[in-house]
Design a protein around this ligand. Structure first.
Ligand SMILES: NC(=O)c1ccc[n+]([C@@H]2O[C@H](COP(=O)([O-])OP(=O)(O)OC[C@H]3O[C@@H](n4cnc5c(N)ncnc54)[C@H](OP(=O)(O)O)[C@@H]3O)[C@@H](O)[C@H]2O)c1
Length: 222
């Protein structure tokens, strides 16, 4: 049974993506900090082989440990989906406009998005390369593509993540592993967005999929 690992799984997009892949026969490994969040996600996935692994993206050894447990409990990770989202104000992860960006307020966003994604990817990519198969999907927002002043510091980190993923996509193109950046530019319900992750995974084409309201309307899902 192939495994989907979601880094930053929550009751929004994470749960909906888990449902879609679970319905397609995937085992689902969910990573978030809170055990109670993970327990309620697993409870919301009846009939799906799902389990939660607590880890904090900002504490990279804990993220590495979570993937070790996933490797021990599941078949190899076939799909990695990285979509952590702070749920409310987080100390350290503050927003700053361009005039207020500082080393102190941009560094945590790089830790969260860039270093978190590199760490998670490092736990699954070697196996994918060995098997010659796998999908890596990284979710951000439109500010990763188009600068948005209100997102001055977080936009820098998401743009850096995007830059890496686009290069990763090209570097992996002839190796059987597919990587893509998925900027979400819609306030559609997660259940309406999640099937597009299955479509993107199964098509395995393109380094970036901007999910705007127009894109959601114009593309067939499953
Ligand atoms: N219009 C838009 O642009 C739009 C709309 C919707 C979603 N999105 C994007 O979609 C993605 C998912 O958003 P969502 O709100 O639907 O999220 P979600 O899947 O409901 O939950 C995300 C989870 O990330 C976890 N998380 C936060 N900080 C973490 C950390 N340091 N380490 C590990 N896990 C952490 C949280 O759990 P814990 O607190 O337990 O760790 C949370 O449950 C995000 O990338 C978001 O930006 C964009």
């Amino acid at each position: 049974m192939p495994t989907l690992a979601i880094v930053g799984a929550g009751p929004g997009l994470g749960l909906s993506i888990a449902r879609v892949f679970g319905a397609q026969g995937y085992s689902v490994a969910l990573i978030a900090r809170s055990r109670s969040t993970l327990d309620s996600l697993v409870a919301g996935l009846p009939g799906v082989d799902a389990a939660g692994y607590p880890a904090d993206i900002m504490d990279r050894p804990s993220l590495v440990d979570a993937f070790k447990e996933i490797a021990a409990n599941h078949d190899p990770v076939e799909v990695l989906e990285f979509s952590p989202a702070p749920r409310g104000p987080e100390p350290g992860l503050v927003l700053a406009g361009p005039l207020d960006v500082s080393v102190a307020n941009v560094q945590p966003h790089f830790d969260f998005y860039v270093h978190g994604a590199i760490t998670a990817t490092g736990q699954v990519l070697p196996g994918m390369l060995e098997r010659g198969t796998g999908t890596l999907l990284y979710t951000t927002g439109p500010h990763a593509v188009t600068p948005a002043p209100a997102m001055g510091n977080v936009g820098m980190a998401c743009a850096a993540l995007r830059n890496w993923v686009l290069n990763l996509h090209d570097a992996l193109a002839d190796k059987g592993v597919y990587a893509a950046h998925v900027p979400l530019a819609t306030d559609a319900e997660p259940d309406a967005i999640a099937p597009h992750y299955w479509r993107i995974h199964t098509a395995g084409e393109g380094g970036e999929h901007l999910l705007s309201p127009e894109a959601l309307r114009s593309t067939r899902e499953l």
